[in-house]
Design a protein around this ligand. Structure first.
Ligand code: FES
Length: 318
């Protein structure tokens, strides 16, 4: 995938629901945009110092625009606040080509899509793709209130009774219960979930407990509380020939920065993989949500913004 940025312009902004703004982006030169698959995201260069990842939410069959649904996060570290304040129709910006860490398996016999809050965005792309392929699926959309839920008209118009709405402030009969939704876990069922991290942990744990195969449980975290503290350790940056001590309340990224080594970061929460680095020696303590279980066990890569070391020293390929 090319790292070249794409110049785009916001062709439309629509404020939907509480704190959700929906943006359509078109290429500044009017050309088609690079194709994407269900589950893909793009990097949005919000300011020269802030890059954020957002899932695409439009039908992947459309190549003339990308659409993003962006929640103004109460815990915003600057990204979503700046977008909500400054992005409007006509704003020019740069984005990356689409990348996909959350691919859809079109061979599944049955697919359950679960979106919590703004986690509905990748589910929309999956629903469009499954529908176009004539596959069996259902989509569960969980929100605090109807007023906080975007895309409701589109969901009803496009996917009809495949969509199940769950609002925390509505009656018990429609409240989300993963044990009901995920049972029975027929062989060949695949489950996809995206939303707040506590919600996702709950859904993933339920899917495991009712017998979904590990490979059939798919998820993408976008916002997690991560404890980056721990005992101090040494990091050797092999390519740079520099050694640093990572303090108890310091990240590897911060310790390297003090020694003049800049690591590219974006989410700084162990979600996006921007700061991924190869490990040449030592054993990482993985605190991220980016690497798969198998990749963690290999211990040959580390996410530098939040992970630490189990050994006294890590040698990194940086
Ligand atoms: S910056 Fe996103 S995983 Fe480290």
């Amino acid at each position: 995938m090319s790292d070249q940025l794409i110049d785009v312009v916001i062709s439309k902004r629509e404020d939907q629901a509480d704190a959700v703004a929906v943006f359509e982006l078109t290429a500044k030169d009017g050309a088609d945009l690079p194709v994407f698959e269900a589950g893909a995201h793009i990097d949005v260069h919000v300011t020269p110092d802030i890059v954020r990842q957002y899932s695409l939410s439009n039908d992947p069959a459309s190549t003339d625009h990308y659409r993003l649904g962006i929640l103004q996060d109460p815990q915003s570290r600057g990204g979503s606040d700046a977008i909500h304040a400054n992005f409007k129709a006509g704003t020019e910006l740069q984005v990356s080509a689409p990348r996909n860490h959350f691919p859809l398996n079109l061979d599944a016999e049955r697919t359950v899509l679960i979106g919590g809050g703004i986690g509905i965005t990748p589910m929309l792309t999956m629903a469009y793709t499954l529908q176009a392929a004539g596959k069996e699926f259902e989509l569960h959309y969980c929100c605090r209130t109807r007023g906080s839920a975007g895309f409701l008209d589109e969901l009803a118009a496009q996917f009809g009774d495949r969509v199940h709405l769950h609002f925390d402030d509505a009656g018990d009969d429609q409240r989300f219960n993963p044990e009901q939704v995920l049972v029975p876990a027929v062989d060949g069922s695949h489950m996809y979930v995206c939303g707040p991290s506590g919600f996702m942990d709950w859904v993933i744990g339920t899917a495991e407990s009712v017998g979904y195969a590990k490979d059939n449980i798919h998820f993408e975290y976008f916002n997690v509380d991560v404890d980056t503290s721990g005992v101090s350790f040494e990091v050797v940056a092999e390519q740079s020939g520099v050694s640093v001590i990572v303090g108890e309340n310091q990240t590897i990224v911060d310790a390297l920065a003090e020694a003049g080594i800049k690591v590219d970061v974006s989410c700084e929460q162990g979600v996006c993989g921007t700061c991924l680095c190869d490990v040449l020696e030592g054993t990482p303590e993985h605190n991220d949500k980016f690497l798969t279980e198998e990749e963690r066990e290999d211990n040959d890569q580390i996410v530098l913004c939040c992970s630490r070391a189990k050994t006294d020293k890590l040698v990194l390929d940086i």
